[in-house]
Write a protein that binds this ligand. Structure first.
Ligand SMILES: [Zn+2]
Length: 393
């Protein structure tokens, strides 16, 4: 067994058991899983003191394009639909797209992973073809996918190739026009309707069809408010269709999942508990993550984040959160803040991202930084936030 996965005990903090409730217990992790959620007193040499902190399930960002998070916002919105936007911004040989495309893809993907990790995301839904190794900063959900009806002529064949236990994810109804409203019916005829990203253009009959087909939606309000100047209405949250939250990429949405949560609260005025579930248990359901992601339970995978505890509920804590103190993925520490620096593993490197504090991450940040700076200069941003590293490792 990997030594880093052997055993750890998070002791002295509160542990979230639901959106509204946290209990003061110790958490024992072994072999990458939560072995015990028990009363205090099982402390050993492997205990980590997390007193004054709240342990939450690792967050799930249901939709991102990891390779596009160093880009600036592109386009001159509003657009009637995403196809208009995509055609308008597709200028691969012009600045700034040209320089950004010259950054090696694995470097851009690495930054996308870091954007998610520092905001407490442990699993991300990535909308593209790439493969990811174990060293990638976060877990990437396995799913079938098609870009959209407009850009993926073989969507039906792709759906047919997707294993039954995996979601099939496609951008759909990303627009405010009649064409966008009609897409859901076309996807249904083609047999590709499962998990749709956006859904802004859906009308009442479209939502009824989603419910009937037991389909789900991934909402990306920050992205929609940029490209369309509009997002889902509040009423759709009572239509009985599961809805997860996603960031989308920096091409249309500055910020990370914590920013998306705050935007979602301000636009939809939903109860904190609903928003919490949209990035934990409901997101796990939408992406069909069945290993205990999105919750803290005995036997579940140890994907956890540790944050400062101000005595609020887990959901209220999450909605006010700007900094994550520690991120654990599959029982392995992948990020720590200054507060927990003593738990940083060998090879962890320092990274400071605007508004998210200084952290140490399990990634070759210096290399990623150098590769980005060479092509983009030191003023490059990660989803709209400036980045600093420690030069001498
Ligand atoms: Zn997208």
């Amino acid at each position: 067994m990997d030594a880093a996965l052997a055993e750890m005990i998070l002791a002295g903090g509160r542990v979230a058991v639901s959106a509204g409730r946290a209990v003061r217990v110790d958490l024992k992790i072994r072999g990458g899983r939560i072995e015990r959620v028990g009363i205090a007193g099982c402390r050993t040499d492997q205990s980590m003191d997390v007193s004054g902190c709240l342990v939450l399930p690792g967050l799930i960002n249901a939709h991102d394009h990891l390779a596009f998070n160093l880009f600036p916002l592109l386009g001159k919105p509003p657009y009637a639909n995403a196809t208009e936007w995509a055609r308008d911004i597709y200028r691969p040989d012009e600045s700034p797209v040209r320089e950004h495309r010259s950054v090696p893809r694995e470097v851009r993907l690495g930054w996308g992973g870091l954007k998610n990790l520092i905001s407490g995301v442990t699993t991300v839904g990535h909308h593209d073809l790439d493969k990811f190794g174990r060293g990638f900063p976060v877990k990437v959900a396995r799913a079938g996918w098609a870009h959209s009806l407009a850009f993926t002529p073989d969507a039906a064949a792709r759906r047919a190739r997707t294993a039954g236990d995996r979601p099939f994810v496609m951008h759909l109804a990303e627009g405010t026009d009649a064409e966008s409203a009609a897409e859901v019916f076309e996807a249904d005829r083609m047999g590709t309707l499962d998990v749709i990203v956006h859904g802004v253009g859906l009308d009442a009959s479209g939502w009824r069809l989603l419910k009937k087909r037991r389909a789900a939606v991934i909402a990306c309000p920050v992205s929609n408010l940029f490209t369309l100047r509009q997002t889902l209405g509040r009423g759709v949250f009572s239509r009985g269709v599961p809805i997860a939250l996603g960031t989308d990429s920096a091409l249309t949405a500055p910020g990370d999942l914590l920013d998306a949560l705050r935007a979602a609260r301000s636009v939809w005025k939903l109860p904190a508990a609903r928003l919490y579930r949209m990035v934990t248990s409901e997101a796990a359901r939408v992406l069909r993550l069945c290993d205990g992601e999105g919750e803290i339970r005995k036997g579940g995978v140890a994907d956890l984040i540790v944050v400062r505890d101000a005595g609020l509920s887990p959901a209220e804590t999450l909605l006010g959160l700007t900094r994550v103190e520690m991120a654990i993925i599959g029982g392995k520490i992948r990020m720590v803040s200054e507060k927990f620096r003593r738990y940083a593993g060998e090879g962890f490197q320092r990274l400071t991202v605007q508004g998210r504090g200084r952290v140490w991450v399990d990634a070759d940040v210096a290399k990623l930084y150098e590769e980005a700076v060479t092509r983009l200069g030191t003023a490059f941003k990660l989803a709209g936030r400036w980045v600093r590293i420690k030069w001498n490792r």
